[in-house]
Structure formats: structure tokens, C-alpha cells
Write a protein that binds this ligand. Structure first.
Ligand code: SAH
Length: 322
């Protein structure tokens, strides 16, 4: 299943990895108390700022996962690319990782098989909740979510819940991650995709399995750094991270075939609508206390169509950087 959607081998990502160099660092990252949470459809658990911590507590008695360093998809013969940047047109050069080489679990590493089995169960659950896109389900199966969660909480990595990642933010619930990508993809081929709200980097990693090129922007510097650290061992060649205000989009890389917002605003920023390719699809949570996913399709140069989908609960979209 992993073969079908490996990182595309295109050469449109000439920029090198410049600072994803300290793999052990993520283990030292603190886990701050929960923030608001992302959640999903009526069938799915709706999280609130409180539920991320409750989610964390609810399954705290589970058996811990193996250490992230033993995660699948991490190869033993990796080399880091410290080459010079080809261009520095962005406020900060985006980061990229090396191509991933799926590493099948070996009999000597039973922990890996345990985490793979539990991840598979998570994927089956997401499918039962209504996500049907096989590419999206395969992507979910491919990304080791426990590597994006603070080690003390890794036992909860595959529960269908949002979890705290510090700075009052959360890693999104697997169901909503899958659902948004499914809606954005709509069964088609995704070229260039933009995510607003990298957080810990999980959804960006999932996106990298279904799109040719992924850009992801985070406004909170320590989370941008956390995502770099989390993603480093996965060596994803088609993903670039950007520190900045995602409400402005990324005009240098536009147009995008798809845009996903992982944080909710009262409306979708105009800049993002403008950076959508004609025929492109944007999926965003919209609202404050009551939020719904919105699908916005750009149907012409000055024409967008909006559909309101299921209820959800995301952290707020905020302007500027922190
Ligand atoms: N995609 C993440 C979810 C992160 S939570 C995952 O895989 O789980 C949403 C993130 O959006 C937070 O990290 C928050 O800081 C970020 N965010 C909010 N407003 C933003 C903005 N204007 N630009 C970029 N990121 C923003």
C-alpha cells in the first residue's frame, strides 16, 4: 500500500534542507497544556479547548508506543542535505526533507508492528466514520502519528482525538485531517497544495502523500520549529515549511490546486481565494463558537462557489506572527 503514493520524484523543489539537523531534539520538547481542538463530523468527537487535555487524560493509562526513533519509514542510511539555497525569495527559505524510503517492520522490532497495527485500526475507524478516498486512507496509514506527539502522550497517538501540542494549539483529530483532504482532493490529482497552520506537522505529512508539492505555513515560531523537528526523520522531499502569517497565503508559490486551513476564521481571507487556481478547491473551518467546514471552489477568474459542510471545532485563525 505504501508504494502507490510515495513522495513524487519531481525536481520542482530545488531548495535544500538547511536546519532539520537535530533528530533527537523532539524528545526534549515540552508539552504545554492543551489549547482548542480540531474535530469533525457529527459522528466524530467534537473537541473543545478542554477536550484536548481530556483526550490526553482519557487514554493516559494506555501502553506507551515505542520511541519515535524506532518509527517506521525512518531509514538507517539517511544523509542530510545541507546544500545552499537556490533562491531566497521567501521571508525564510522553506525546509525540505529527503525522499522517504518506507522501511518495513522487521521481526526484531516488534514495537513497530504494534504501532502499525494500532494505526491500521485508526484508519479503519476513520473509514467507518465515512472517509472513503483510498489514497487518503493509505496516506493516513503511512504517516506515523506518534512521531508528532510529545513522547509522554504517544500512547494516545492513534485515538481519534485532537491532542495538545503546546502554545494552546492542538494536533488535529485524524478523522478531520482525512476528511478535509478527501474533500479537497475530490478524487482528482493534486499538484500544488497549501496548508495554513502547520502546528506539529502531522497534516502536512499526510498531505505530502497525496499531493505533488505541499507548502505549509505556521505563525507560531516554536511550532514551526517543532514541525521541522518532527518531520526531519521522515525525509519528505515534496514538503516545505514556512514561518509566517498564513492569512496572506504564499503568493510566491501560487496558484494552488488546493488550500487547507487548519484554523478557523470568521471568513476565508481574500488573499487565499486569490491564490487558488481556477478549478482549485479550498477547505476551511469557518465560524467562532459554531464552526462549519466550507468548501470553496474557484470556478472562474472572479468566481468562487461556496458549500457548507459538516460542523467542526478548530483553533482560531489569527493574524500576524508570534
Ligand atoms: N495542521 C495541524 C493542526 C494545527 S492547529 C495538525 O496537523 O495537526 C492550527 C494551527 O494553525 C496552529 O498551530 C496555529 O498556530 C496555526 N495558525 C493560526 N492562525 C494562523 C495563521 N494566520 N497563519 C499560520 N498559521 C496559523
Amino acid at each position: 500500500m505504501k508504494d502507490g503514493f510515495g513522495a513524487p520524484k519531481n525536481s520542482t523543489f530545488p531548495l535544500p534542507l538547511s536546519s532539520l539537523t537535530r533528530p533527537a531534539e523532539r524528545n526534549a520538547l515540552p508539552c504545554l497544556p492543551a489549547g482548542a481542538a480540531a474535530a469533525g463530523a457529527p459522528a466524530a468527537r467534537v473537541a473543545t479547548p478542554q477536550t484536548a487535555t481530556q483526550n490526553a487524560a482519557r487514554t493516559a493509562q494506555c501502553v506507551p508506543y515505542p520511541k519515535p526513533t524506532l518509527a517506521p519509514y525512518q531509514t538507517h542510511n539517511q544523509t542530510h542535505n545541507h546544500g545552499a539555497a537556490a533562491s531566497k525569495s521567501h521571508s525564510e527559505v522553506m525546509q525540505r526533507t529527503q525522499p522517504s524510503e518506507p522501511n518495513p517492520p522487521s521481526p526484531q522490532r516488534p514495537g513497530l508492528m504494534v504501532s502499525e497495527a494500532i494505526r491500521r485500526a485508526m484508519v479503519a475507524r476513520v473509514a467507518r466514520q465515512g472517509v472513503q478516498d483510498p489514497l487518503v486512507l493509505a496516506a493516513l496509514d503511512n504517516v506515523p502519528r506518534h512521531m508528532f506527539i510529545e513522547p509522554a502522550m504517544s500512547a494516545q497517538a492513534y485515538v481519534d482525538a485532537s491532542l495538545p501540542i503546546g502554545h494552546n494549539q492542538t494536533i488535529s483529530q485524524p478523522y478531520i485531517v482525512a476528511r478535509m483532504i478527501e474533500v479537497m482532493r475530490n478524487g482528482g490529482k493534486l499538484g500544488r497544495v497549501l496548508e495554513i497552520g502547520t502546528g506539529c506537522g502531522y497534516q502536512a505529512a499526510v498531505l505530502s502523500r497525496v499531493a505533488q508539492e505541499v507548502y505549509s505555513i505556521e505563525r507560531i515560531r516554536p511550532l514551526h520549529e517543532l514541525a521541522k523537528s518532527n518531520l526531519r526523520p521522515l525525509r519528505i522531499s515534496n514538503l516545505r515549511l514556512q514561518y509566517g502569517d498564513g492569512m496572506l497565503g504564499l503568493p510566491q508559490a501560487a496558484p494552488f490546486d488546493g488550500i487547507i486551513l487548519a484554523a478557523a476564521g470568521l471568513e476565508v481571507p481574500r488573499a487565499l481565494l486569490e491564490q487558488l487556481a481556477i478549478g482549485g478547491r479550498l477547505v476551511a473551518p469557518v465560524g467562532a463558537q459554531v464552526q462549519h467546514l466550507q468548501l470553496i471552489t474557484r470556478s472562474g477568474k472572479a468566481q468562487w462557489m461556496t458549500e457548507t459542510l459538516e460542523g467542526c471545532h478548530f483553533v482560531p485563525l489569527r493574524p500576524g506572527t508570534a
